[in-house]
Structure formats: C-alpha cells, structure tokens
Design a protein around this ligand. Structure first.
Ligand code: SF4
Length: 219
C-alpha cells in the first residue's frame, strides 16, 4: 500500500536555460575555475567557491538571492550566468513503512531541447539511519534477471550534477536542510542513532548507495 502525493507545486523548479550552466556537481576546484572564468582573481574565486559550496550543499539553497554573505551585485551576476539546477519531481510515493520513491525528470544539460529522461530514487528509513538509493544511468547495459531496469536499453549516463541533484532534492523533501520541515504525511523519517537532539536537527539521510538505475562503474 502506498500514498501518492500531489506535486504540482514543484512545476516552477528552474530548468536549464540556454546560456546558463548549472554549478551543481562541480568539484570545488572546478567551481573556483568557473568563477575565474567570469573574471574573479584566484583568491576571490577560491573564497567564493567555498561560500557557494556551503550554500548549495550545506544549506540547500537554489536561489542565489538567498546567499546573504555575497553582495547583491555579484549575486545578480551569478544568477545571470549560472543555475543551481535540480530535477523535477514527477511522482513521489510513500509506503506505509516509510520507504519513499521519487521519479525524477532531467533534461540533458548539453541538449536541453532533447526529450527529458526520468530515473528513480528511493529513500529507505530504518531505526537510527536513513539510506538513499540513487541512480547513475538512465537504463542499463547489464541484464540482471531480477531487475526491471535490466530490460531497458541504456539511454545515457547521468552527470555528476544529476546524481547529486537526486540527493539534494531528497534532502529538501525530507526537510533535511537547516530550517527544513520533516514531511507530515506519516512516513517515517528517523533521527540517527545517538543524535541526541530533536528530529528537526538530525540528518534524515545517513547513507547514500548507488543501487538505483544503472551500473555506476560503467558511468
Ligand atoms: S540497474 Fe543494476 S541490477 Fe539492474 S540491470 Fe543494471 S546493474 Fe543489474
């Protein structure tokens, strides 16, 4: 038995637009180099890369305007040049045991006019831990007999940004960023063992496994 949610309110999420590159998925040195590419000297680029890293991955921010330690003019320049792209949620299903399954939709960042692709991401809560199972490919080249994905041809590899985007979106839906609110749909989102704090200040995702669609070693 599962509970399906209406997710129409996510339709506003930013999609890749011509001329703007997503910063999600870049390693810190790549982030620094990208910022140097828009005119920052190395020292400032390194400092800004650390700030962006913190906002993107620790705070889950998707809007440059919320980056309060970056001056307004530079925030505007970032917004004009880059995206903090995340997948669109097609469906979210919550099982009675708290397992959540998302169907995420991505557009090819290099060819945004191509039809989008969709992959599944699953969250499995247990006492004291929460495991997120992410996809690494759309389809698969292997044909494991027990696996439905094995019946689908490989469409393409997911990018680093698309793999990380699954984690970021799951964290957002689970209220796992600072100030986030746990879902109130009855699904279990456990506090990690030994966290000692209230549910709101504990991590919902304690483990990430690459056991969704695709074979990561072929990506
Ligand atoms: S997705 Fe994983 S389990 Fe399924 S066919 Fe590919 S390698 Fe096998």
């Amino acid at each position: 038995m599962s509970i399906s949610l209406d997710l129409d309110h996510h339709a506003h999420l930013d999609r890749p637009k011509s001329g703007r590159t997503s910063l999600v998925g870049l390693m810190k040195p790549e982030l620094r180099d990208t910022l140097m590419g828009i005119g920052l000297d190395e020292r400032e680029a390194k400092m800004r890369a650390s700030q962006l890293w913190n906002w993107i991955y620790h705070n889950g921010v998707t809007d440059f305007d919320r980056m309060s330690n970056i001056q307004k003019g530079f925030r505007q320049k970032l917004s004009d040049t880059f995206l903090l792209d995340r997948p669109e949620i097609v469906t979210e299903q919550v099982s009675m045991d708290g397992t959540r399954k998302w169907l995420f939709r991505f557009r090819d960042p290099k060819n945004p006019l191509l039809p989008p692709v969709e992959v599944e991401t699953v969250y499995i809560p247990e006492e004291g831990r929460g495991t997120l199972c992410v996809s690494s490919q759309v389809g698969c080249t292997l044909t494991c007999s027990f696996c439905h994905t094995g019946t689908q041809r490989l469409v393409r590899n997911l990018t680093a940004g698309e793999i990380l985007g699954q984690i970021l979106m799951a964290r957002e839906r689970l209220g796992d960023f600072p100030g986030g609110v746990r879902p109130d749909d009855g699904g279990l989102v456990p506090a990690p063992r030994g966290s000692g704090g209230s549910e709101g200040d504990s991590r919902a995702i304690t483990n990430v496994v690459m056991m969704g669609m695709g074979e990561p070693l072929y990506n």
